[in-house]
Design a protein around this ligand. Structure first.
Ligand SMILES: NC(=O)c1ccc[n+]([C@@H]2O[C@H](COP(=O)([O-])OP(=O)(O)OC[C@H]3O[C@@H](n4cnc5c(N)ncnc54)[C@H](OP(=O)(O)O)[C@@H]3O)[C@@H](O)[C@H]2O)c1
Length: 246
């Protein structure tokens, strides 16, 4: 499906990002997977992928550092000569109520989740414009729609991605570049494993399907949005949450 195509997935060696890398690589794309602190697990993941015959390279860099974003984009372009797909997936949480949240807690999350997507996009956008084609998918969250106690910074960053996605989609609408968002609900990854068990049980009770989502269930929608035949979908937000926002 994606033979000859190149994807750049931030945070692409762990959790939802790893599932996206795996799904795109399994569909024939070469995938450049970004990581930040998890060198060892990124190397293990790359080995696992190459054992499956996939083309996956790993690239260390902080999405909250514009110089790192440019360097990673250059590494990918030098290696593969093109970037067809950018998936802005890297994200963090620093959960506290607003009363306890410091300015640093606020900034850190906004810097990674929102500014990181902006900076990584800037790093490949001119290349996509020159080629007259590209697909960008931003990984937001249901929390960006609903808000959540203890997650004002995270909710603001994820809501910000909706506005960023739609604005960029408008700017790129006549340039062959689509820009979309997916908004997962609660998905089984280390991020969700950090939620205390009792709190998580309460969350699951509120999900109409009464279960957490799987990373591959998110990856499948991302792949769909990257397909050539998805060319008329832009500025859209896809919910993947077992019915949580109904
Ligand atoms: N899990 C959920 O329920 C859920 C729900 C809705 C939305 N999401 C969103 O989906 C995305 C992936 O979540 P996940 O659950 O898979 O999280 P995760 O398992 O915690 O993985 C986060 C990924 O982001 C990378 N990352 C973190 N800070 C970074 C930085 N400064 N620069 C570059 N990369 C950085 C990490 O790299 P290292 O490991 O190398 O540090 C890791 O690969 C996030 O944007 C998250 O907000 C998740």
């Amino acid at each position: 499906m994606f033979q000859g195509r190149v994807a750049l997935v931030t945070g692409g060696t762990r959790g939802i990002g790893a599932a996206i890398t795996e799904m795109l690589a399994g569909s024939g794309a070469a995938v450049a997977a970004g990581y930040n602190r998890g060198k060892e697990s990124a190397e293990k993941f790359a080995q696992h992928m190459s054992g499956k015959g996939a083309t996956v390279t790993i690239h260390q860099g902080r999405v909250d550092d514009p110089a790192d974003c440019s360097r990673v984009a250059k590494e990918v372009l030098d290696r593969f000569g093109r970037v067809d797909y950018l998936v802005n997936n890297a994200g963090i949480t620093v959960d506290k109520t607003v009363r306890k949240m410091t300015v640093d807690d606020w900034r850190q999350v906004l810097d990674v989740n929102l500014s990181g997507a902006f900076q990584m996009t800037k790093s490949v956008l001119e290349h996509m414009i020159e080629r007259g084609s590209g697909r960008i998918v931003n990984i937001s969250s249901v929390i960006g729609e609903t808000g959540n106690v203890g997650q004002a910074n995270y909710a603001a960053s994820k809501a910000g991605l909706f506005g960023f996605t739609k604005s960029l989609a408008l700017e790129m609408a006549q340039r062959g570049i689509t820009v979309n968002c997916v908004a997962p609900g609660f998905i089984e990854t280390e991020m969700v494993a950090a939620i205390p068990e009792a709190a998580l049980a309460k969350v699951v009770e509120k999900i109409p399907q009464r279960r957490l989502g799987r990373p591959d269930e998110v990856a499948r929608v991302v792949r769909f949005l990257l397909e050539d035949d998805s060319s008329y979908i832009t500025g859209a937000v896809y919910s993947i949450n077992g019915g949580l926002d109904m």
